[in-house]
Design a protein around this ligand. Structure first.
Ligand code: NAP
Length: 257
């Protein structure tokens, strides 16, 4: 997968929603998908960052201008009515979604369980798990209306094997993989494919916060791991579902075997 070569029209006219699109990996995914002609719905917390990325995409688009809608939504406060509002807005210009990438997350505090602040624990679970569930539940009907669609969750290496001090973040990634597995089992006979990506060590603010002593030059930049994001969002992965993909080395396996 690491050497996957996407065709230039891979995402032509596909409508794809990305959460956490205002920074880090999600930002790079938005830029990359736009280069493959996708129409984008971008969600992030910070309005100014979303505005900047929209301008960047529009100023660099060569052939046709992609449709880009941005929504500054704080996933900490998302609830059923805000999800309904979002779906109503999307429905005004788009009958279905071809793809949804759940990428937004927060790290919380790297500390032993005994020192995990309760409020921050709840925030991590709200953003990384509850918001992911609420958005998935609300957007599933739009994904199921598409001829073929792709739902991608973002996990981490601490989402399968717990690690000391990774507290709420690790637990939230176990839950993310659990949600992905439950959904896969529910939709395995449909045209919706459901997979998860572990980006692995990637040069972003979250990584810098988690490993402040690390030299960022020793780890990959987001643009170096984009192949897997292209592969899973485009039609070349149409038969892949219930799979775990490591973006660093391209390895993958079926979670159910
Ligand atoms: P990042 O640079 O910290 O970016 C996080 C994104 O999530 C930003 O767009 C941020 O928006 C958004 N976000 C955070 N809190 C939000 C909230 N309350 N409401 C709405 N959006 C919010 O993180 P990253 O490193 O790119 O990580 C992306 C994904 O990869 C995450 O799921 C992470 O767990 C996973 N991952 C990363 C690594 C790594 O080494 N980087 C490794 C394994 C897994 P604002 O910019 O507007 O705040």
């Amino acid at each position: 997968m690491i050497n996957y070569q996407a065709k230039p029209d891979l995402l032509n006219k596909k409508t794809i929603l990305i959460t956490g699109a205002s920074d880090g990996i999600g930002r790079e995914v938005a830029l990359t998908y736009s280069r493959y002609s996708a129409n984008l719905i971008l969600i992030g917390k910070t309005k100014s960052k979303l505005k900047k990325i929209k301008q960047e995409i529009l100023s660099t688009s060569k052939n046709c201008t992609p449709l880009i809608h941005t929504y500054a939504i704080d996933l900490l406060t998302i609830n059923q009515s805000k999800c309904y509002e979002l779906v109503t807005k999307i429905n005004q210009y788009c009958p279905y979604l071809d793809g949804l990438l759940h990428n937004a997350s927060i790290l919380g505090k790297i500390a032993p369980i005994l020192e995990q602040p309760i409020k921050l624990w709840l925030d991590v679970i709200q953003i990384n798990v509850n918001a992911t569930f609420m958005l998935t539940k609300s957007l599933l009907p739009l994904l199921l209306k598409a001829p073929n669609s792709s739902l991608i969750f973002t996990t981490s290496s601490v989402g399968k094997k717990g690690r000391a001090n990774w507290g709420a973040y690790s637990v939230s990634k176990f839950a993310t993989e659990g949600l992905m597995q439950v959904l896969f089992d529910e939709y395995k006979d449909s045209h919706l494919r459901i997979n998860c990506i572990n980006p692995g060590a990637t040069r972003t603010q979250m990584r810098a916060n988690a490993f402040p002593m690390e030299n960022p030059k020793n780890i990959k930049e987001p643009k170096e791991i984009m192949n897997i994001y292209l592969y899973l969002m485009g039609k070349d992965s149409i038969k892949e579902s219930g799979m775990y993909f490591n973006a660093q080395d391209g390895s993958n396996y079926n979670i159910f075997i």
